[in-house]
Design a protein around this ligand. Structure first.
Ligand code: CP3
Length: 345
């Protein structure tokens, strides 16, 4: 099967299909017992990301179980700050903890010099997957978008109101720009090397794009993503890039036009008819079932999946969730979802 015949890549290339390709954000993870079994045998989450044999195995688990059209590299957006020299740990039940970067002198301690060496195991995982996936399954590489990665680096972990990172960006924009530029440079190298090792498409996760007012959205979401896209295209002009500016709302059209991403991920709040008329007429779209609806199951799941399919299957479309799968999701609900998308029921 040539690349273009992989259904996921065909959709990214602009082809519509009445049975659209499907994968789910965070499809590898704790909702799978086979993932939990492997996770319980490693001391930390980063160890799992940096052990190619295990990372390959957990990437393959959901492919074997559900037959998704794409596999996403098993890693995390926070390996990049780790590779830049920031201390990153994952505390079970509490999420990520980072030694916060809050001044120019904190930023100056970081460097892109260590990226290749530190992220070598991730590249090895990509190469291993590229030679072991089923022929029709595409391999997605990924990274966090500069703004979203910066929120974790400055806040020191997850945040409720983003007060610290917004304070930094609004009070010292020139210093914050130094951090963003460093992340752009490091992420471009990281993604280009993933492509060189076999990633066939790239997704840029901007999970917190939706928290910024308009000028800041232009400067910290659109501009750095545009730069990142251009640095990838300069080396790999034909690799499709999916942007996922979660929560971008009315800014979705500006985001796709200005960043020039190949395709765009819709979050759960984007109305699908609107997306068909205003986004899908320009580029392939991906999304956007609410993970909470997948968790709930029942008639509501059937109705929501069918509505998304009805509204988006007339153009280039990849079925997905509008955010990552929730760890309590029953696997039977994912099986039902696959039956609905593949129109087996
Ligand atoms: O299957 C896949 O999608 C590939 C792997 C993947 C993970 N994280 C594994 C993971 C991907 C693509 C991500 C992206 C990611 N990581 C994002 C962007 C998408 C989003 O969800 O908004 C963000 C913001 C992160 C940062 C992150 N990683 C947080 C906040 C947490 C803790 C919260 C949580 O869900 O536990 C993680 C940990 C993480 N990343 C886990 C997994 C499977 C769970 C950790 C574990 O198993 O102990």
């Amino acid at each position: 099967m040539t690349d273009i015949e992989k259904p996921f890549l065909a959709a990214l290339n602009g082809k519509a299909h009445k049975h659209p390709p499907v994968w789910l954000m965070r499809q590898a993870g704790r909702y799978l017992e086979e993932y939990r079994a492997i996770r319980s045998n490693v001391s930390g989450f980063l160890e799992l990301c940096y052990t190619p044999k295990l990372a390959i195995e957990v990437t393959m688990q959901p492919i074997r179980r559900f037959g998704f059209d794409a596999a996403i590299l098993f890693s995390d957006i926070l390996v990049l700050p780790d590779a830049l020299g920031q201390e990153v740990t994952f505390v079970q039940g509490e999420g990520p903890k980072l030694e916060p970067v809050r001044s120019l002198s904190d930023i100056q301690k970081l460097s892109t010099n260590w990226i290749y060496q530190r992220l070598e195991p991730v590249y090895e995982t990509v190469a291993g997957l590229s030679s072991s996936l089923p022929k029709s399954t595409a391999l997605i590489g990924f990274a966090g978008a500069p703004w979203t990665v910066a929120t974790y680096m400055v806040e020191g972990g997850s945040s409720r109101d983003f007060a610290t990172v917004k304070g930094f960006a609004f009070e010292k924009p020139d210093d914050f720009q130094v951090l963003i530029d460093l992340i752009v440079e490091g992420t471009a190298e990281y993604l280009n090397t993933q492509i060189e090792n076999g990633a066939e498409a790239i997704q840029i996760f901007d999970s917190w794009a939706g928290v910024l007012p308009e000028d800041a959205f232009d400067r910290w979401v659109i501009a750095p993503t545009k730069k990142l896209v251009s640095l990838i295209r300069a080396k790999h002009p034909s690799t499709p890039i999916i942007g996922f500016p979660r929560g971008a709302g009315l800014r979705y059209p500006d985001y796709v036009r200005e960043t020039a991403v190949t395709a765009v991920g819709l979050d759960t709040t984007v109305p699908t008819k609107w997306a068909a008329d205003n986004l899908q007429n320009h580029l392939p779209v991906q999304g956007n079932l609410d993970p909470q609806i997948l968790l709930a199951g029942g008639q509501g799941l059937d109705d929501s999946v069918n509505r998304i399919l009805d509204n988006l299957s007339n153009g280039p479309f990849i079925f997905n969730l509008g955010h990552g799968i929730i760890k309590e999701t029953p696997v039977e609900h994912v099986e039902r979802l696959m039956d609905l998308v593949r129109r087996r029921v």
